[in-house]
Design a protein around this ligand. Structure first.
Ligand SMILES: *[C@@H]1O[C@H](CO)[C@@H](O)[C@H](O)[C@H]1NC(C)=O
Ligand SMILES: *[C@@H]1O[C@H](CO)[C@@H](O)[C@H](O)[C@H]1NC(C)=O
Length: 500
């Protein structure tokens, strides 16, 4: 017994020492660097590299134009004297403290006030018993909210997201630890002079490696990006293609449909009008077919070949880089992404162009390669009956027979209910009218991934999750009754609304 106590005490002692040294290490690492600028404690008068403005398109465009009016220099780049770059990513709350050290970066911070919230409903998500149980047992490292409810009535209780304190901002010229945090910063954009844009979405400027909050914001990926610079860029600085004004939306993995549509593209949402009318600005992007098609939709009067710089040409040097806030991988951390605004941008182009008589669709997504839903046929025939009874139409959206991207957008726009196994097809709910009902069959442990829950919530949809019992990632096996119960409940509301 005595022995045990001794061992316990030693362990506690070691733990305390470790935590203490970690704290010391953190503090030493965060030791602020030194440049000198005028100081002021006035709220509106922050460090001169930052300007806080209201989050409205008109104001943003005014400030971007003001910045442009200062003319543009020829692009050039020299390696930092130390030869190494300091990586900074906005997943860290001291991000701006580091950004402030670089005089080639100006930052516009957007602030929302209570009166100009975009006012769309954010609904409580629901889980069938299988999902609530899975979440209660979840031991993975993603901080999923475990406030699961199976009471479907609650899907109609709208919530308002709490404004979060994000980012410390440097307050005084010495960049000491005197900082304040704005609870109202909705987003930001960096205006960077002389940056190297790498095809992983990173910008190198001065001695900083500026990393968007994205799937790249992980230590091993950041190291790989540094190595890529040394291997593929460092000795070719003179040979890099040079551009004047470049707007970066490429993010890590953005050639994949989900990451492209939900994480990369929404970075444009505040700036479409601005870019549309200023033909000198090019967009650096992963030129997939779906991205080209999306850009052609959003910029109908522009020639896409002249609008884009495809990131597969590799790194480039730009005199002026527009670098909007990134979107976190899988959206777990930031409900403030531009995805809702992007869905409204698409709607402008979808609605007027519908020639076929509007139908009310129930869409069932069918996957044929991975995550095949074993109970697909049973659920399809159930949904088909329900659709017929209610003067709606069931559409099977199958990955081995996909409609064109533009028909996909129309279909999802006219959908009232989508039932789907977990997968990228759900990213098409971006094109749906807010208020869509989404029933997702998610993977069982350890493959649970709730990124589409966050997407649905951000888009103002109603989300209901059901868990597969076993089989993921190859197949999903669901309790069909859980799906049927959910469908029947939500259909009552869809029908009621349709008949109003
Ligand atoms: C678009 O731009 C490309 C490259 O400059 C050019 O070859 C092409 O003819 C243009 N297309 C149209 C429709 O103007
Ligand atoms: C997208 O458009 C760009 C510019 O016209 C082109 O270079 C690229 O090949 C296109 N991508 C696809 C997949 O068609």
């Amino acid at each position: 017994m005595k022995h045990l106590r001794k061992i316990m005490l030693t362990i506690i002692f070691l733990a305390v020492i470790t935590v203490f040294s970690l704290i010391m290490f953190e503090t030493a690492q965060n030791e602020p660097p030194k440049p000198a600028y005028k100081s002021s404690r006035h709220y509106g008068d922050i460090h001169p590299h930052f300007v806080a403005i209201s989050d409205s398109r008109v104001t943003i465009e005014q400030h971007l134009d003001e910045h442009r009016s200062k003319g543009i220099l020829e692009a050039h780049f020299s390696m930092p004297q130390s030869g190494i770059f300091k990586d900074v990513t906005s997943s860290r709350d001291d991000y701006f403290i580091h950004i402030a050290t670089e005089h080639n970066i100006k930052t516009l911070l957007f602030q929302t006030t209570d009166s100009d919230k975009d006012g769309h409903g954010v609904f409580r998500w629901i889980g069938s018993k299988s999902l609530c149980t899975a979440l209660a047992d979840y031991k993975g490292n993603i901080p999923y909210s475990n406030s699961c409810t199976s009471n479907m009535e609650e899907t109609f209780s709208a919530q308002r997201p709490e404004p979060k304190l994000r980012f410390k901002l440097p307050l005084n010229f010495k960049l000491t630890k005197e900082v304040f945090q704005l609870g109202t910063v909705s987003s930001f954009i960096h205006l960077i002079q002389n940056g190297i844009i790498s095809n992983d979405g990173v910008v190198f400027v001065g001695d900083l490696q500026v990393i968007p909050y994205s799937c790249l914001a992980r230590p091993e990926a950041i190291q790989a990006s540094k190595k890529h610079f040394i291997r593929a860029i460092k000795d070719k600085l003179d040979k890099l293609p040079r551009y004047g004004e470049v707007f970066v939306i490429t993010q890590f993995w953005s050639a994949a449909f989900y990451h492209g549509m939900v994480e990369s593209l929404p970075r444009l949402s505040r700036y479409i009008g601005f870019i549309d009318h200023r033909s000198e600005i090019k967009i650096y992007v992963a030129c997939t077919a779906f991205m080209n098609s999306s850009l052609q939709t959003l910029f109908p009067s522009r020639n896409i070949s002249e609008l884009v710089i495809c990131d597969n040409i590799g790194p480039i040097l730009a005199a002026r880089v527009y670098f909007p806030e990134g979107t976190p991988c899988g959206m777990y951390k930031s409900p403030q992404s531009g995805v809702y605004q992007m869905s409204r941008e698409f709607e402008k182009y979808i609605s007027p162009s519908i020639h076929i008589p509007p139908k009310n669709y129930i869409i069932l997504i069918k996957r044929t390669k991975h995550r095949i839903l074993v109970q697909h046929d049973v659920i399809a025939s159930f949904l088909n009956n329900i659709a017929k009874q209610n003067d709606m139409e069931l559409f099977i959206y199958a990955d081995d027979n996909l409609p064109s991207f533009s028909d996909t957008r129309k279909l999802f726009h006219q959908a009232r209910l989508v039932v789907a196994p977990h997968g990228a097809g759900l990213a098409n709910t971006l094109f749906s009218t807010p208020g869509l009902f989404v029933i997702e069959i998610v993977c069982n442990h350890p493959h649970l991934n709730l990124c589409y829950r966050q997407l649905a919530i951000s888009l103002g949809h109603h989300y209901h999750g059901v868990s597969s019992k076993f089989g993921c990632e190859a197949t999903l096996n669901v309790d069909v009754n859980e799906v049927k119960d959910a469908v029947q409940f939500y259909m009552k509301h869809i029908v009621k609304k349709k008949n109003l």
